[in-house]
Design a protein around this ligand. Structure first.
Ligand code: 1GP
Length: 251
């Protein structure tokens, strides 16, 4: 097991929770705003920077990564919306298999296109079972992926999907309501998935405040991902960091 994956397992063993900040190159503003965001991340308890987006409509992907790598010491993990979002200016890549959907292109097609570049990049590969969950609104992720998200109250569909993903050899799981989700993934679904796997569980989409972060951690999330709330208000990072630290002591 390589660097970031073993770091995540170590955090699990020590009962530490993780906080990932999602930076969407299209939405993080100009260079000044990006530098402010990175400064806030370094002052808070952010563990990982995720970079990517379901739909990138500008050419700022590489430049954003270069600025991040030259400014921040935090591990940079690519969260790619497509095979184009592969770059050596990062540390690792979530190799997402969209197992909640039945779109072959996102189960294996994009991976085949990207595989030679991923191997040449030297990135650490994190084979991740990715599940889109309906969290109250249609999101870019579900529209662009042309897949139906798992209904939010169908915890058993999520847990059996993760069970199958683990049998297929996937090593991390990510329950995602999609960026800008109206509400976070329901705690019952997180608990249900937590019961059937001890592999690292990432949860994101629609987490905007301390209570929502704390609820996700308590339900069993190892890492929560936040993007939109921080784009709207940088200070929320301090509340989310507190939720992370509190979750360690109340586990
Ligand atoms: C989206 O889980 C991430 O893929 C983050 O979602 O932007 O709603 O925080 P938000």
């Amino acid at each position: 097991m390589k660097g970031i994956e073993s770091q995540i397992h170590r955090m699990q063993l020590e009962q530490h929770k993780g906080l990932a900040l999602l930076i969407d190159p299209d939405k993080c503003g100009d260079q000044v705003a990006l530098l402010q965001l990175l400064k806030a991340a370094s002052e808070c308890a952010v563990d990982l920077l995720f970079v990517g987006g379901s739909l990138l409509s500008t050419d700022r992907f590489e430049d954003t990564l270069r600025i991040i790598k030259s400014t921040s010491n935090l591990p940079v993990v690519l969260f790619p919306g497509s095979a184009q979002q592969v770059s050596a200016h990062a540390d690792a890549l979530l190799l997402l298999s969209l197992i909640s959907g039945r779109n072959a292109d996102l189960l294996i097609g994009q991976h085949v296109q990207a595989a030679p570049r991923i191997r040449a990049s030297g990135l650490e590969v994190l084979p991740t079972g990715y599940l889109l969950i309906d969290c109250g609104n249609a999101t870019t992720a579900s529209y662009i992926s042309q897949t139906m998200p798992i209904p939010h109250h169908k915890a058993e569909i999520a847990s059996t999907t993760v069970m199958a993903g683990e049998m297929l050899g996937l090593r991390l799981f990510y329950l995602d309501g999609g960026s800008g989700a109206l509400q976070p993934v329901h705690s019952e679904m997180i608990q249900s998935v937590r019961k059937i796997t001890s592999l690292p569980l990432i949860v994101g989409g629609g987490i905007r405040n301390y209570d929502q972060a704390h609820t996700a951690y308590k339900a069993g999330a190892d890492i929560i991902v936040v993007g939109t709330a921080v784009e709207d208000n940088l200070d929320i990072l301090f509340d989310l960091s507190k939720a992370k630290k509190d979750a360690i002591f109340t586990a």
